[in-house]
Design a protein around this ligand. Structure first.
Ligand code: CP
Length: 308
């Protein structure tokens, strides 16, 4: 297994099953005894560079770093940074690496995190690059599924919503390819999984099916992973309104599902997941978001070389 110390976290394509297991096991240890790690990053600084909006990713990374004893600098709005004055991403990274020991970055352009990691001499964690990847979300999704189901192998998982632009889906599907899961992809027309990603899954021997509606798959799902329609990546309002109709998970919608079904959602939700579902035993999405803390503490500790 490649060492995590000094390593950037860019894409789930970069991780073996053994490495994924190592991150999840580290997260479990942190989760069980967080106080043990309270000062391991004393004197170290993490920079959060968020060129796109975020609540969970940025704040849970900042909370995780603080809980490890480190400090945080950064921006949540690029209009308050020198990007507004025309500074290139490359120059921003060259500057920030002299101020911090670790960069967590979210950016609208696919591939920008890889680009930043090739420039920086410190680790870069991808907090989401366009519609491409969101690996730290995937680690917390896997951790949540593992805690709920006791395993990752041989699960039946439905992905529903905007599978074209949903970077969390792309990352998670890559990771689950290591676990012999049956995957169902349910999306409105025009928002199907990218064909190159499906080809990759097929080449890895993964069993998947595409469906236009959820009813045909709901009886045998262990996990339903829902995503919102990624409005910000649409060309026009009209396109968005046409496509979002018909995608709402309600109690009625869930009738006939596997009684052990667990629903995950990376959040934020808009109108695809009704609040009435929150009080059902299926809802796992708030716990999922909370799992961002131990998982991101583990990732930070590993790449900073204080956890192994
Ligand atoms: N899940 C997620 O990425 O949420 P934020 O956009 O709030 O960070």
């Amino acid at each position: 297994m490649e060492t995590f110390s000094g390593r950037s976290i860019i894409s789930m394509r970069d991780f073996t099953r053994e490495e994924i297991h190592h991150v999840l096991e580290t997260a479990r240890q942190v989760d069980e005894n967080p106080k043990k790690y309270a000062n391991v990053l004393d004197g170290r600084i993490m920079a959060t560079l968020f060129f796109e909006p975020s609540t969970r990713t940025r704040l849970s990374f900042e909370s995780a770093m603080t809980k490890l004893g480190g400090r945080v600098i950064g921006f949540a709005d690029p209009s308050s940074s020198s990007t507004k004055k025309g500074e290139s991403l490359a120059d921003s990274i060259k500057i920030v690496e002299s101020y911090a020991d670790l960069i967590v970055m979210r950016h609208p352009v696919a591939g920008s995190a890889r680009f930043a990691s090739e420039i920086a001499h410190i680790p870069v964690i991808n907090g989401g690059d366009g519609a491409n990847q969101h690996p730290s979300q995937t680690f917390l999704d896997l951790y949540t599924i593992l805690k709920a189901k006791g395993r990752l192998d041989n699960l039946t998982i439905g992905f529903m919503g905007d599978l074209k632009y949903g970077r969390t889906v792309h990352s998670l599907a890559h990771a689950l390819a290591h676990y012999n899961c049956q995957m169902y992809f349910v999306s409105p027309k025009g928002l199907e999984m990218p064909s190159d990603l499906l080809e990759e899954l097929a080449n890895m021997g993964i069993s998947y099916q595409e469906h236009a509606n959820y009813d045909s798959v709901k009886g045998n799902l262990d996990i339903l992973y829902v995503t919102r329609i990624q409005r910000e990546r649409f060309g026009t309002e009209l396109d968005y309104d046409k496509i979002r109709e018909g995608y709402n998970i309600s109690k009625q919608f869930l009738k006939g599902c596997n009684p052990d079904l667990k629903i995950l959602h990376p959040l934020p939700r808009v109108d695809e997941l009704s609040e009435e579902v929150d009080s059902t035993p299926y809802a796992l999405y708030f716990q999922q978001a909370a799992n961002g803390i131990p998982t991101r503490m583990a990732l930070i500790g590993l790449v900073m070389g204080v956890l192994s």
